[in-house]
Design a protein around this ligand. Structure first.
Ligand code: T5A
Length: 216
């Protein structure tokens, strides 16, 4: 596939959206064709699924939750990501397969090997070329997210995971760090730093790829 696929991962409120917007501006200024997308909710079907999945008032079993994320991914990959990559675009995706392993595996305790297999089915074998993990103390990110949700009135509609106990988020942080240790496609960035510093570190990584023509 001709394009380049970058995913962004981390615990709640780590600063993914903020970073992705800065990267879009940077890459567009470099003359690149960029697609911004996210999971859940990157496709037409996904937007409907997102409203169900993230609503804290909707009681959903862990198994149903998993398959909703996978359905969202299958549609997203087929309808949005693969077509964009085929057209040679750079895809910046807010969460992807690693969130399933971190949240449903490390967080909910589901079998990680099984999740990798299911991810492979849902994503049609597609993996990111680069995955940025924004790492920070979960408590700091949760406070950032809570403040933003309160400002935007998102407390119930998008609050399913933010409502979980701190121990749950610590397991997820650990999960992302373990995934990153075992695979060279990851770059872990200290997200306790200010947003401009985080951006600059990621920009340097991507600029290096642009130079080496890994990212055309
Ligand atoms: N999920 C997802 C699963 O369980 N399994 C899966 O397979 C998938 C795909 C998605 C939820 O679904 C779960 C994981 C998630 O819980 P979401 O609404 O998309 O939910 O939420 P998140 O992905 O967690 O994203 P958030 O929107 O909560 O956080 P972001 O995008 O990481 O953070 P951002 O950029 O909005 O920043 C939060 C606040 O902090 C400020 C920002 O201005 C903003 O107010 N900020 C900073 N402040 C200080 N220093 C910095 N460096 C800052 N960067 C940003």
């Amino acid at each position: 596939m001709a394009g380049f696929f970058i995913s962004f991962e981390g615990t709640e409120g780590a600063g993914k959206t903020t970073l992705i917007q800065k990267l879009q501006a940077y890459l567009s200024a470099c003359g690149k064709d960029v697609v911004l997308t996210r999971e859940p909710g990157g496709s037409g079907l996904g937007r409907k699924l997102r409203a169900i999945i993230l609503n804290a008032e909707e009681k959903i079993s862990s198994g149903a939750e998993l398959f909703l994320f996978l359905a969202d991914r299958a549609e997203h990959v087929e309808e949005v990501i693969k077509p964009a990559l085929k057209q040679g675009k750079i895809v910046l995706c807010d969460r992807f397969v690693d969130s399933t392993v971190a949240y449903q595996g490390y967080g909910r305790g589901m079998d990680k090997a099984l999740l990798e297999t299911l991810n492979g089915v849902a994503a049609g074998g597609l993996l990111p070329d680069l995955t940025i993990v924004l790492d920070l103390e979960p408590e700091v990110g949760l406070n950032r997210a809570k403040k933003r949700n309160a400002e935007q009135n998102l407390t119930v509609e998008e609050g399913r995971f933010e409502a979980e106990a701190l121990a749950f988020h610590q397991k997820i942080r650990q999960g992302f760090l373990e995934l990153a240790e075992s695979n060279s496609r990851f770059l872990v960035v200290d997200a306790m730093q200010d947003a401009d510093t985080v951006f600059e570190q990621v920009r340097q990584k991507i600029a290096g790829m642009l130079k080496s023509e890994k990212l055309r």
